[in-house]
Ligand binder design. Sequence first.
Ligand code: NAP
Length: 297
Amino acid sequence: YEIGSGLVGSEMCIRDRSLLYYIFLLKSNIVITSKNTKRKGKKDMILDLFRLNGKVAVVTGANTGLGQGFCVAFAEAGATVIGVARRSCAETAAKVEAVGGTFFEVLTDLSAPDASKTVANACKKLTGRVDILVNNAGIIHREDAVNVTEANWDLVTNLNEKLVFFLSQAMTNEFFIPQGGGKIINIASMLSFQGGIRVPSYTASKSAVMGLTKALANEWASLNINVNAIAPGYMATNNTTALRQDSDRNDAILCRIPAGRWGTSDDLMGAAVFLASDASSYVNGFTLAVDGGWLAR
Ligand code: NAP
C-alpha cells in the first residue's frame, strides 16, 4: 500500500498522515488496542521514573539531620549512597542498610582547601561513577550584624556557598560530563528568599545558592545535567536547636507556619527523590520550597 503517494511527508498535515496510517493499519489487519500503548503497557511506568536503581548518590553532611534523611531516601529508591562528613556516619550507614541499601563513607573536613577534589577522587575509587550530588552540608552563625567578624563570615560562606560551586564543578567535570548527565540538588533555605534575623552570612550564602542553582542550570541543562535546589522551611535538626530552645522564637516561628509544626527530614524525601530522578528531567534551575506553607504567608 502506497502511503502518501504524490505527497512529501512534510507537506501532509497531521490529520492526513493519521488517516493514511489508519487505512494502512486496516488493510494490514493490525489491531491497535490503545493509542498510548507505549505508556500504558506497564501500569506503574510513571512510578518507575522515580526509581534510582543503579545510580550513585553523593550527599554532603551525611552524618545527621537532613543529610541523613536524603541518604535513606535515595537508598529506599534504589541508589548506592556515598555520604561525606567530617564525623563518623555510622548511624546513617545503619539506617541505609536497614532499608537494604549500600552506604560508603568519605570522611573529610569540607572547609579544607581542595575538599571538592578530595571528594571527587574518593568517589572515583569507591564507585567509579556518580549520578546525583546533594550539596547539603551547611553551617549557620547567629550574631548581630554589627559584631560579625570576617573570619566568621568566611567560615559560613566558604562552606555554604563556595564549596557548593566547586564541588558541583568537580562532579560535573569528573563524572557528569563523561557519563552524559547528572543531577545536582543544592540545599537552599527560606533565607534564599527572605532576610532573616541575626544571620547575615547565612542569608548571603543561601541567597547565593539559589542564584548559583540558576546560573549552573543555564550552562549545564544542555549537557543533560539538572541543577535544582530544595529550600527547606523550619526543620527540627541540630541547625535549629538554638531556635527551638528559645521559647519566644519557637512560638513565633510555629505561629507563622501554616502547617503548624516544624518539618522533619522525612518531609524532604519526596522532593529529593523527584529532583534526583528521571521524573524531573525537564526541571532546571528551580528552587522548590518544602516549608509547610511558610513562604505562602
Ligand atoms: P545539621 O544537622 O547541623 O547538619 C549539617 C551537616 O553539615 C552536618 O552533617 C555537619 O557535620 C555538616 N558539616 C558542617 N560543617 C562541615 C564541614 N566543615 N565538613 C563536613 N561537614 C560539615 O543541619 P541540617 O538542618 O541538617 O542542615 C542541612 C542543610 O540544610 C544545611 O545546608 C542547612 O543550611 C540547610 N537548611 C536547614 C534548615 C533547618 O531548618 N534545619 C532549613 C533550611 C536549610 P557536623 O555534624 O560534624 O557538624
